[in-house]
Structure formats: structure tokens, C-alpha cells
Design a protein around this ligand. Sequence first.
Ligand code: GLY
Ligand code: MN
Ligand code: MN
Length: 465
Amino acid sequence: MHLHLFDELVYTKRRQKLSANVGDGLILLMGNEDSSMNYADNTYPFRQDSTFLYYAGIDIAGLALVLDTESGEETLFGREAGIDDIIWTGPLPSLQDLATKVGIAKTKPYAQLGDVLKKAKDTGRRIHILPPYRPENKIKLAEWLQLSIAGLQEVVSLKLIKAVIAQRECKDANEIAEMEAAVSVSVDMHLAAMQYTRPGMKEYEIAAKVEEAALAAGGRLSYPTILTINGQVLHNHFHGNQVAEGHMVLCDAGAETAMHYAGDLTRTFPVGKQFTTRQREMYQVVLDALDHAAGLLQPGIQYKEVHTQASVKLLEGLKNLGLVKGDPAEAVAAGVHTLFFQCGLGHMIGLDVHDMEDLGEQYVGYSDTLKKSTEFGWKSLRLGRELQTGFVLTVEPGIYIIPELIDRWVAEHKLSNFVDYNTLAGYRDFGGIRIEDNFVITETGSRKLGKELPKTIAAVEALRQ
Ligand code: GLY
Ligand code: MN
Ligand code: MN
């Protein structure tokens, strides 16, 4: 078994800082279990919890970490492999060997964890937990803490959530190097799609090439691939259509490295050798919005502002094409852009493709003074707050022509002073375009991660010859 770890000191320092920031009681960090797919022994590929990976690094099922913030004691709970395990899995390192690799002094059998927590609770000590998202862990925590499953939400520790986010949100040099690697493999996935696609293929034939590139680099997918001629369907995981001359393929795919850092890229390209005139015009509008947004990235700017500016840029472009009217900034303030761009401009990315989303979007993407909006369009913006050096995020503007949404707005005569519904009727079957890159915020601006992946019209078409 091979573990992919940073230096032991990286983990030791992270845990010390977490303990100091939380400052009281016990911190419990749950690793994940294997999870069954269709019968007990046929499990989904194992994915360790990202916060557990961040503080303990060990990519093995069935572990938990307890940090005593007062005594400083750190204990890894797990199960020693017996001969009945070893005949199926091969020899495994002892729990103590694993703990030592990441600087943890003490180990205890997993079966004792419930008692340890109960004793702490009985003596009035606070037990800090994060919001559980896996059924296995919810069931265990409910039993140990003698709560209903729904009741667990009441005892999650906001102090722990905020302390974890404060550390994980700014990526250090080791992490940025991993993310560069993740994005570069993701680039290879997209190059595969853009070079391989020919009219007459099925989407799944292209998706298979995309996914091969992630596996062949020693990693895997960071999320299920979107590869579709119906790019206007935002989370479209159907891969059964035949692609034809005149279609565009929207491919949103990314790799996760062996250390579990994610890339998340999107390209939209013609199935034929060239975009049609209309596709070219709309593509350039999206690309201009991406370039404009990328130019705004720097510490101190609110990402909500970047989203707003990108939306204005989209409407400026759509105005030039005759689809919208009026002042683009006023139109964005009125919500016109949400007819074309219903989602957010981007999100944090790291060990999770939507980084730390399990800890709560309000805390990851917003702040005490900036609440997440509940309005259509804006409610899908996962990141709104001020950017800081070390944040890694996506920028992913798009135009999605959704006939059902247009029909709804037409029926409501919605914002008809800003939208030319007659011209828009001619675009009904246009589809969708998204272009997505990943950036790290530097002290003076930003840097795009990974090797180059073509996105200008000329460069994309050059790959299609
Ligand atoms: N691939 C998921 C996203 O772009 O957010
Ligand atoms: Mn994506
Ligand atoms: Mn994304």
C-alpha cells in the first residue's frame, strides 16, 4: 500500500493551529467508511473525507481523529488488520505506523471511540463535530452522542467549522503545486476530447477518452463528467446522444490527483471543424466575460462583484447581438442576466471540487456581513466574499438558452423592456456555452493554474482540423 503524504510536519502544524483556534474541549474529525453500492461487499471507490485528509493525510477507510485541545493529546482511532483482512487486502501497516507517518503519537481501537466520547460528554466537556454528510457517520455519531440523526445538526460546532475553513481556504505552496498538477491532467482530458471528437460519434465514446486521461495519469475524476451537445442543461450527465456537424460539445471535466486535489475545467467546441457564425458570436461573448473577470481577480475584491462585472460583460455582448436592450449595468441590477446565466461565476476549489461545501456555503463563500442571496440566479453563486491571497477558485461564465425558462419569462412579460424576445425566439435551440478555468489569488492579482488549454476561437478551431 502506498500513501501519498506531505511532510509529517505539515500535518502536525495544521493540527496544532486547529486546536489552538478552537481552544476548548475535544475535536472529533471523522474519516469515511467504505460505502456499499448495490450489496454490502460491492462498494463505491473509497473517498476519504477531505478535512480528515487535510489534518491526518491517511487515505484509508475506518479512521477517526480526536484532538484534546486542552491536554494537546492527539489520538488516531482505527482497526488493526487481522489475518481475515490480510488474505483479501494484503499486509497493511499497523495503526501505530500510520499514526507515526503523520506525527500522531497515540492510537486506540475504533471500538473504544464511543466510550471516549460518552465519558467526555458525561464530564461536561464540549465535543466539536463538523456537519456529517455520509449516512454511516451520521448513524455512528447519533449513537455515540445519544441524539437523533436530525438532532446532529443542532450540535455541529460553528467554531470548528470556521476554524477549519480559515485554514483550508488559503492553499500553501505544497497544495498549489498539487493543484497545478490536477489542472494539468484536467487539461489533458480536454485536449483528448477536442482532438478525438468526430461527427457521428456518441457522447459516451468521447467521455470515455476524457476519463481515460485522468486514470492514465494515476488519478481519477474529481466529479462526474458532463459531456453533452445540450450544454444548456446545467448538470447534464446523459452521454447517449450522437454528435453531428453543427453541434457544439460542452465538456466539463476534471481530474483529482492521487493526493485528492481537484481540477475543474470546461470547454465548448464545435463538432465540425469550425463554429457556425452564431456559435462564434456567442462564444466570443462568453470568452470576453471570462477574460474580464480574470482580470479583476485580486486580494480584497468581493467575488460577488466579479460575478456582477462578468454578468455586465455578458449583457454588453448580448446587446451587440440584439438579444438585450438598455444599459447593461442597469439590466444586471434588474436580474436580466439570469435569463442567460442562471448559475454562479465560480466557487472555491481544493481537496473538493466545490471546496468545503460540506461545511456550509454561507461560511465558505460568504461572511457575517455578506449573506448569500435567495434570489434566482444569485442564490446559485457559491462564492461571494472578499478574495484573499492563496484562495483557489474557478471562473466559469456561460450562456445557457433554456426554452422552458424563456417561455416562463415571456408568459410573465418579465423584463421585456430589457429583453428582445422576438430576436431571442430565433435562438431557442441554440444550446449552451461555458468556459471554465482555475486561478490562484496571488499578492498582486491572480495566476491561472495548469498548462495551457486553448480557448480562443482560432485556437479551438485549430485543434479541430
Ligand atoms: N463541474 C462542476 C462545476 O463546474 O461547478
Ligand atoms: Mn466545472
Ligand atoms: Mn466549477
